[in-house]
Design a protein around this ligand. Structure first.
Ligand SMILES: Nc1ncnc2c1ncn2[C@@H]1O[C@H](COP(=O)(O)OP(=O)(O)O)[C@@H](O)[C@H]1O
Ligand SMILES: [Mg+2]
Length: 452
């Protein structure tokens, strides 16, 4: 089948890699893709937010399946738009995407359906929000309602900081108005895990649980980032916790989606705090996590594209996916200065050396071919069978770098290693990182060590 992956980050490189191994995939396109996805398929230089152009391309190629990586096109209705024209899409419709695009909607959905969550209040009036902060004891968790690229949440015990950020969010001074409405919620303690499940509207199928590492510095210090690494499985998670995630979270979500007639066909991400009272949902995302995708997808075996197509059609049958017994560790290599300002354009060496290690994968995100802009096909005009690049069967391909690259973003690469256990996968991931060099390379040294 002909498959299009939408997006350009490490998550999409991992999705493209995993789909390229599917026996049922004959042609693979990534829109717009990155230098890493060039070895797996064809990068298509169309802006995914230009739905008309995406549709035209899909119709021309007779695309069998579109897999949407990031939240923005989903929140803007790309799935409904393409489905209305008969194209199968892995990704929820616009209404269901509000589970991510509006934190107030998500929390209200959780309370309507008895899904465990922290207590919360929704505010649209800054005066009332400030009154609330003034009369409650901290710490406060203040969340912009709308999409904020991971920059919309403040957890603080400092009342004046809480009040200041509330003002800035609700006046639209920061976050482009995504914080005009806010959710203030109870601050939970425990440890966080990511549970993702394939959802076809009728059934769900849980993927291996992972743990993200969101803060920049070792010891979970420093600012929040898009994610500095991940591990899977998560050792302290008990079988009871997993059962509770299935029963109290995903089963109830599924029932809620059905009752509210929300079209959900894709992957649902639950960001959970495992508290003394069991798992509670901090947030939903309506797509794979990044870097959780880079960590979890390598643990899956089976024809992923066939499963995604069934999900897209609302008929997930037996889910012929198995989970490899190996543990997975993903370390994100970033540019010094991220998540603040950083320089870019530094030559990256050693990706091939890292890939030569057993069970190591390198997914690209903030990279650029040395020569300049990422080579993309112009609208994929005469595209035919782009499963090209690396030699050998698709299943043997590395997510390698077909072109020499330089740094071009904050999070540059995700390095994933599988190992017999977490310790072995960690060691291997860090050995691979030590082989990859660029000026200003920064990565955490304690992925998989913290909070376990
Ligand atoms: N109720 C809460 N109690 C404690 N910490 C929280 C709570 N909600 C969020 N956090 C922290 O803030 C982070 C970001 O919040 P989240 O709801 O996941 O928003 P986003 O990922 O959109 O920034 C979480 O990963 C968690 O560390
Ligand atoms: Mg989150």
């Amino acid at each position: 089948m002909r498959v299009l992956v939408i997006g350009s980050g490490g998550r999409e490189h991992a999705l493209a890699w995993a789909l390229s191994k599917s026996p049922s995939v004959s042609e693979l396109y990534v829109m717009p893709g990155n230098p890493g996805t060039l070895s797996l398929g064809e990068n298509i230089g169309i802006d995914p937010m230009n739905f008309g152009a995406v549709l035209e391309f899909c119709q021309r190629i007779r695309m069998d399946l579109v897999v949407v990586g990031p939240e923005n096109p989903l929140a803007n209705g790309i799935a409904d738009y393409l489905r209305a024209k008969g194209i199968s899409v892995f990704g929820p419709g616009e209404m269901a995407a509000k589970l991510e695009a509006s934190k107030a909607f998500a929390k209200q959905f959780m309370s309507r359906h008895g899904i465990p969550h922290p207590r919360f209040e929704v505010f649209q009036d800054p005066i009332k929000a400030k009154e609330y902060v003034n009369k409650t004891p901290g710490p406060w968790v203040i969340k912009a309602d709308g999409l904020a690229l991971g920059k919309g949440v403040l957890v603080t015990g400092d009342r004046s900081e809480a009040l200041r950020v509330l003002s800035n969010m609700m006046s639209g001074k920061i976050l482009q108005g995504a914080g005009r409405r806010v959710v203030i919620e109870e601050c939970l303690s425990g440890y966080e895990v990511t549970a993702m499940a394939l959802v076809d509207g009728e059934r769900f199928h849980m993927l291996p649980v992972a743990k993200d590492h969101k803060r920049l510095l070792d010891g979970d210090e420093g600012p929040m980032t898009g994610g500095m690494g991940a591990i899977s499985p998560v050792p302290p998670l008990s079988p009871e916790d997993v059962r509770s995630i299935e029963k109290d979270v995903f089963e109830k979500v599924l029932r809620g989606l059905q009752e509210e007639d929300l079209d959900y066909r894709g992957v649902l991400y639950a960001g959970l705090m495992i508290t003394r009272e069991g798992p509670k949902v901090l947030e939903f995302n309506v797509r794979f996590g990044d870097p959780e995708a880079q960590c979890v997808l390598p643990r899956l075996e089976g024809d992923l594209a066939a499963v995604f197509l069934e999900v897209a059609r609302g008929r997930m049958n037996d889910v012929p996916l198995t989970v490899r017994p190996e543990a997975s560790t993903t370390v994100v290599m970033a540019s010094r200065g991220y998540p603040g300002e950083y320089e870019k354009g530094f030559v990256i060496s050693g990706i091939e050396d890292a890939l030569a290690l057993e069970n190591v994968l390198v997914f690209q995100a903030g990279t650029m071919p040395l020569g300049g802009a990422s080579p993309v096909s112009s609208l994929g005009a005469e595209s035919k069978s782009p499963l090209k690049g690396a030699s050998g069967k698709a299943g043997e391909k590395h997510p390698g770098s077909p072109v020499p690259v330089k740094t071009w973003g904050g999070r540059v690469l995700s390095v994933t290693a599988l190992g017999a256990d977490l310790e072995e996968s960690r060691r291997r991931a860090y050995e691979a990182c030590s082989l990859i060099r660029f000026d200003g390379a920064y990565y955490r040294k304690d992925i998989g060590k913290i909070g376990l």
